[in-house]
Design a protein around this ligand. Structure first.
Ligand SMILES: CC(C)(COP(=O)(O)OP(=O)(O)OC[C@H]1O[C@@H](n2cnc3c(N)ncnc32)[C@H](O)[C@@H]1OP(=O)(O)O)[C@@H](O)C(=O)NCCC(=O)NCCS
Length: 189
């Protein structure tokens, strides 16, 4: 699916919103309204919004994932993160998360937190790879099905930022260039 292509990360722009809304609707049972992304993009100085972009020779760049993080003093709250279903399983979420946690650290965050559905094992596994730990459960948090939320915390962002290993770094399948994901996140490009 992402054969002969390259993934990069950059800050979200207004003209990404159509693609972001498609990914949001394909990814969540309770999608955000476009106004929520627009507000964070235009009016929320504490929001960090980034996208993952897939580049190919024939189609140019297309947005395949996004993340929105709110900085509250020393805490980075991961408000949303999603990858287009056609592009999952290639390390893109890991690369995007890493990039934005690094950015948050540079802006003063020292901890990170998020809520995740109790049934969302894929996301929980991703966050655990980064060192997030489940610290509490919010009963019947999600209004659509009364599902519980798990609250996950990462207490030492600095440790993650200076970790030497690469989380979900280089995959060998599909001839993809996910080494680029990690070089971009480290600012080598
Ligand atoms: C969760 C989500 C963002 C992961 O995106 P992705 O690009 O496919 O994830 P990655 O390929 O970067 O995977 C990184 C790690 O996450 C974990 N992971 C990802 N998908 C997984 C799955 N289906 N099952 C189990 N673990 C999974 C693995 O530990 C994986 O590392 P590995 O491949 O080395 O085992 C994506 O499935 C998604 O958009 N889901 C819908 C929206 C959502 O749930 N967002 C999170 C809200 S809290």
């Amino acid at each position: 699916m992402i054969e002969n292509s390259k993934i990069t990360f950059r800050e979200m722009r207004k003209d990404d919103l159509d693609s972001v809304m498609v990914i949001d609707h394909l990814s969540f049972q309770m999608p955000w309204p476009e106004s929520a992304y627009r507000h964070d993009l235009m009016n929320n100085a504490n929001a960090i919004l980034w996208v993952a972009e897939k580049h190919s020779d024939d189609k140019g760049g297309i947005v395949v994932g996004m993340i929105d993080v709110w900085l509250v003093q020393e805490e980075a709250h991961i408000a949303t993160l999603a990858i287009h279903p056609d592009y999952r399983g290639h390390g893109i979420a890991a690369g995007l998360l890493r990039k934005v946690l690094f950015e948050s650290f540079q802006l003063g965050a020292r901890r990170a937190m998020l809520e995740v559905r109790a049934s969302n094992h894929a996301a929980q596994t991703l966050y655990k790879d980064f060192g997030f730990k489940v610290v509490s459960r919010r009963r019947r948090y999600y209004r659509d099905n009364n599902e519980d939320a798990l609250l996950m915390n990462l207490d030492n962002l600095e440790e993650l930022v200076y970790r030497k290993d690469e989380i979900s770094a280089e995959r060998t399948d599909n001839n993809q260039k996910l080494s680029d994901v990690n070089s971009v996140w480290r600012g080598e490009e």
